[in-house]
Write a protein of this length. Structure first.
Length: 152
């Protein structure tokens, strides 16, 4: 299953890439949303970062092991992860529209590896429109925040 969105940001591509790879800020944001975040690799090198995330889905605790797979400054990055029965990939592509305008294209791919995960993805497909809307709103908020920080 694939989810995706794109947003144009009033900031140069380098500023957008810096915000997308500010993993410390993204980790703090995840903690505020109730996700336990443990950096397992990478230290200060964002190209080698890896995490263990713990969160609940429908009341059931889940663990996601994620790592940076592709780090192509300033064009984008890919983070891949595995959880019980499912592979997850998040790709961020950045396109410079002008010196002060950048398009961010974000896609999330879920690939089930077990019957339980297939059932969960099938259920999510029924709500795909709703999930895409929620993803678009969150990424839009992030894009507006990047533009606001760049304007300041």
């Amino acid at each position: 299953m694939q989810l995706g969105t794109q947003h144009d940001i009033a900031a140069p591509i380098d500023a957008v890439f810096a915000a997308c790879t500010d993993f410390s800020a993204l980790e703090r944001q995840a903690l505020r949303r109730g996700i336990e975040v443990e950096r397992t690799q990478g230290g200060n090198d964002p190209a080698k970062a890896a995490w263990r995330l713990k969160f609940a889905v429908k009341g059931k605790p889940r663990t996601l092991d994620a790592r940076v797979e592709r780090f192509d400054k300033p064009n984008g990055l890919t983070v891949a992860g595995q959880t019980e029965g499912m592979d997850v990939a998040l790709a961020v592509e950045l396109i410079a529209l002008s010196r002060v305008q950048t398009r961010m294209v974000l896609s999330v791919v879920l690939k089930p590896r077990s019957m339980t995960a297939r059932m969960m993805v099938q259920t999510m497909k029924l709500a795909k429109c709703n999930l895409n809307g929620r993803l678009s709103r969150r990424v839009g908020d992030f894009a507006r925040d990047i533009a606001r920080r760049h304007q300041a």
